[in-house]
Design a protein around this ligand. Structure first.
Ligand SMILES: [Zn+2]
Length: 299
């Protein structure tokens, strides 16, 4: 009996070792990709499937606007075949790491390139508005650039990436149609958002964004700016004030109280919270929830 147990234990250890060795070998065969924040990570995963291993640099619950890479992130970037950035100033850290990226090993894809054509105000300056991923038709173009990057980094699996990118394109197209149809009959097209993340979405579906904060969700607006938002919310008879799951809802609640409105989430999908992820949330589930809340607010 004792001998049998020992034999069993040895074979379990052996199998486990083999299994982890196999896992390591599988992982070594995969194309290593680093994405700067959640939407790019999700798109790369959807297109890359089991041929890629994607790292999201901004941890769950983190905010890409104020993220700084750690030395471990830099190591991961250097080991990757593909670094996917948004562009438009979202990655404030890129100039610091550009010189240490080896271009012969790591290809850099700027998924928002040529799509970022809106500006926003930050500290009285006009800056690029990086939030292109919130308009489904533009997100589809970003995914196209990611597919191209994967195809060039791993030409052997080009057909695989192309076919998965086509499936993803169809999902963006469905989402775009749903937004178009369900927001077509909005009576009140004014949306008060926590930060100015919805400019591209507003432009795509003829909404008018009134942001409480500008570029960064955690930046405190001045009392004058806050007064203007309250006045606009009153003038436009806004019934809901939006807030975000990654930032404090306090200002949205204050404004809602002030003007007799309610609050609702409008997620800029700059990162998902651990609870959103554990409930199976992804870009599409959050975009659908956003649509349901926009529909409710614009009645
Ligand atoms: Zn933002």
């Amino acid at each position: 009996m004792f001998v049998l147990l020992i034999a069993l234990a040895i074979s379990v250890v052996f199998l486990a070792k083999n299994y982890s060795q196999k896992q390591n070998e599988d992982d070594a065969k995969k194309i290593h990709v680093v994405a700067s924040f959640y939407p790019l990570y999700f798109f790369a995963q959807q297109i890359g499937g089991d041929k890629v291993s994607v790292v999201n640099m901004t941890p769950a619950g983190g905010e890409p606007h104020d993220y700084e890479p750690t030395p471990q992130d830099i190591m991961k970037i250097n080991k990757s075949k593909l670094l996917i950035l948004n562009g438009g100033g979202l990655e404030t850290w890129i100039d610091k790491v550009r010189d240490i990226i080896d271009p012969t090993n790591t290809r850099v894809v700027v998924a928002g390139e040529d799509l970022i054509n809106q500006t926003m105000t930050e500290n009285e300056n006009k800056v690029s508005d990086p939030h292109v991923w919130l308009a489904p038709a533009l997100a589809e173009k970003m995914a196209g650039k990611i597919m191209n990057g994967l195809r060039m980094a791993d030409p052997e699996n080009a057909a695989y990436y192309e076919s998965r990118a086509r499936e993803l394109s169809a999902r963006f197209a469905d989402l775009d149609v749903a937004y178009r149809n369900r927001l077509a009959s909005c009576a009140n097209r004014n949306i008060v958002t926590a930060h100015a993340a919805f400019g591209y979405l507003a432009a795509a579906y003829q909404l008018h964004q009134i942001p409480i904060a500008n570029l960064s969700p955690d930046a405190e607006p001045s009392p004058r700016q806050l007064g203007e938002v309250i006045q606009a919310a009153r003038d436009y008879k806004v019934k809901y004030i939006f807030f975000e799951s990654l930032a404090s809802p306090k200002l949205s609640e204050t404004i809602a109280r002030e003007v007799g409105a309610k609050t609702l989430v409008l997620n800029p999908i700059e990162g998902l919270t651990p609870s959103e992820l554990s409930q199976g949330g992804d870009y599409f589930t959050e975009m659908s929830k956003n649509l349901a809340n926009l529909e409710l607010a614009c009645k």
